[in-house]
Design a protein around this ligand. Structure first.
Ligand code: ARG
Length: 579
């Protein structure tokens, strides 16, 4: 289905051409809604190309556009703007077509692309902390938005399960429990493996990491443990599998609570088998060379404003590192999935790392030229003090604790209001998740934002709670109505504003996908909700006496509900039927 902007763009382009000014023409939603609904500013470019005043060009074009029945008003305005107002019939007719469309008018991809989205990226053995929240929430939303728009998107969690953090845990445990069989060099299959717990792991890692900063011997030990693990020393592999069992189980639970899911639970360790092939390609193409005992590839480009150092693919002790696994993973993805694009939803601070990886992958030809490798960076989540979010006692907040805090706050509110008696826990979870996710996604992903739970839980303003509240309000309006209504005719300004918010929605989705930024979907669903609230306060709906007006308002309420729910679905937020 063509969007209104596309339709207006095409008829306006035709008019420019017929008037003797053929050129690229674009129409946009007006930034002065008090003056008009849509506008075209191309007469200014036309003036340069055709040596005429912008106003004259605009007037010539408007003369032709006025013949079109879709305009209630179309004017050339000094110094050369073209202002457009559509008829109510056209607007309402378009809304009706959206209601009948299987995608509710959301633009569908002309060419379906296969997109692998690398998000989540938690590190095994380290507790899932708040820093990983953004990647999960943004990545999940981007996956769902792409799917709603006709692409084939799959998520790969890319677990950090093969690096130094595991070596640190192994080294620490080997000092605490030297008697464990897994540490003996002659460990063999069938020998006893200790049973670990999440509690233990969440204490061991920070301790080990802290020690490695001051204790050089220990740090060395951890490095050797990492290398031995990567060389598949049997006892270490057995212990690693136990660490994975505990960690992955815990991760799955947390992501499930957040309504975040992954098609692939691959980790850095899965890239291991493709490392020899990677090394061979780099060597054959003459890209890798030795530098201080390490193997590196140059990736600097002449146009670099800041230096881009060579990427290290093998350290001097023989172990592979972060870049190695990222490169080998590209080989695996290309072989198994042959994606059109790979999106990396990763902290802004890793931009240099991924720039190096992408450049090396291109030089080595790991993916076809046409395959997009895109770094979709996100900003830091700060506390209300403006510094990276911490717990009250200054520690790093664990995701599970954070979800618990938010859900408890929601439950408390539900209990105090007393109107949800059936399954309040599920309501509380949905409300809590809506608060967390919307609070994050409303900010453009690239920006830092402040995590402010009180604000996120507010039922006013740009919050998930407000959106859920709007859906539940529409539900109660429609539950009382005896018919679904019909698009009979616009009679009030609030109806028209609501229709405009609905029919302008498709462009916002396009913008969101183009920029890979869910924030536009959030802004749009907030806009629809707030315009609906105004409509609801100023117009009777189910109890309106005039049949035509009642029908239109019911049909608009129904379309609004479906539209809001579609936005929520794409954001990974589950609505509730009442609040
Ligand atoms: N595990 C990494 C970290 O915690 C994030 C992984 C991002 N994805 C990637 N392909 N490098 O920093």
């Amino acid at each position: 289905m063509q969007t209104i902007i596309e339709y207006l763009g095409s008829i306006t382009g035709e008019a420019f051409e017929r008037a003797g000014y053929p050129m690229e023409v674009a129409v946009s939603v007006s930034d002065r809604p008090d003056l008009c609904q849509y506008q075209c500013n191309n007469a200014f470019q036309g003036a340069k190309a055709y040596h005429k005043s912008p106003l004259m060009i605009a007037e010539d074009v408007v003369k032709l556009l006025s013949e079109k029945a879709v305009f209630a008003d179309v004017q050339a305005v000094k110094p050369g703007f073209i202002n457009m107002v559509l008829t109510d019939e056209f607007l309402l007719g378009y809304a009706q077509k959206m209601a009948e469309d299987e995608h509710l008018g959301i633009p569908q991809a002309e060419k379906k692309e296969k997109i692998v989205i690398d998000y989540g990226g938690p590190n095994v053995a380290k507790p899932l902390h708040i820093g990983h929240l953004r990647s999960a929430v943004i990545g999940q939303a981007l996956k769902l938005i792409s799917r709603e728009m006709g692409h084939e998107a799959v998520g790969d969690i890319h677990l950090g399960d093969w690096g130094l953090q595991i070596g640190l845990v192994i080294a620490e445990l080997s000092e605490r429990h030297p008697e464990w069989k897994v540490f003996s060099p002659d460990f063999k299959e069938g020998d006893e493996v200790p049973v670990l717990t999440t509690e233990l792991l969440s204490e061991v890692y920070p301790t080990a990491s802290g020690r490695s900063k001051t204790d050089e011997a220990f740090r060395e030990k951890a490095h050797f443990a990492t290398r031995d693990l990567q060389e598949r020393r049997p006892g270490y592999i057995a212990l690693w599998q136990e660490i994975m069992r505990v960690s992955v189980g815990d991760l799955k639970q947390n992501y499930e609570k957040l309504s975040v899911d992954f098609e692939y639970w691959y980790g850095e360790s899965d890239a291991d088998k493709d490392i020899p092939a990677l090394m061979e390609i780099l060597e054959k193409k003459g890209l890798s060379y030795e530098s201080d005992g390490a193997l590196v590839v140059d990736v600097a480009e002449e146009s670099d404003k800041a230096p881009v150092p060579p990427v290290i693919v093998r350290k001097s002790d023989g172990s592979s590192i972060y870049a190695t696994t990222d490169l080998a993973t590209i080989i695996q993805r290309e072989r198994d999935l042959a994606p059109d694009r790979i999106w990396y939803v990763v902290d802004n601070r890793q931009e240099l790392h991924l720039t190096q990886v992408f450049r090396c992958a291109r030089k080595a030809g790991l993916v076809p030229e046409s395959t997009g490798l895109e770094f979709l960076g996100f900003g830091t989540m700060n506390g209300t003090d403006g510094k990276p979010y911490k717990t009250r006692d200054g520690g790093v907040m664990r995701l599970s604790d954070m979800i618990g805090t938010v859900t408890d706050a929601a439950l408390e509110r539900i209990v105090s209001q007393g109107n949800i008696t059936e399954n309040p826990e599920d309501y509380a979870r949905r409300i809590g998740i809506a608060a967390i996710k919307f609070g994050d996604l409303i900010n453009h992903r690239s920006k830092d934002y402040i995590f402010d739970l009180d604000k996120f839980m507010s039922s006013e303003g740009k919050t998930g709670v407000y959106i859920l509240y709007t859906v539940s309000r529409i539900n109660s309006v429609l539950a009382k109505a005896e018919s679904r209504g019909s698009f009979a005719g616009i009679t009030t300004g609030e109806e028209r504003d609501l229709v405009l918010a609905l029919v302008n929605t498709p462009e916002m989705w396009r913008l969101s996908l183009n920029e890979r930024a869910p924030s536009y979907i959030c802004e749009n669903v907030y806009r629809i909700s707030s315009v609906f609230s105004h409509f609801y306060h100023e117009n009777r709906i189910g109890d309106e006496a005039d049949e035509k007006a009642r029908n239109t308002r019911l049909a608009l309420s129904e379309l609004t509900r479906r539209m809001i729910v579609k936005h929520l679905n794409a954001l990974g937020i589950e609505p509730v039927d009442r609040m």
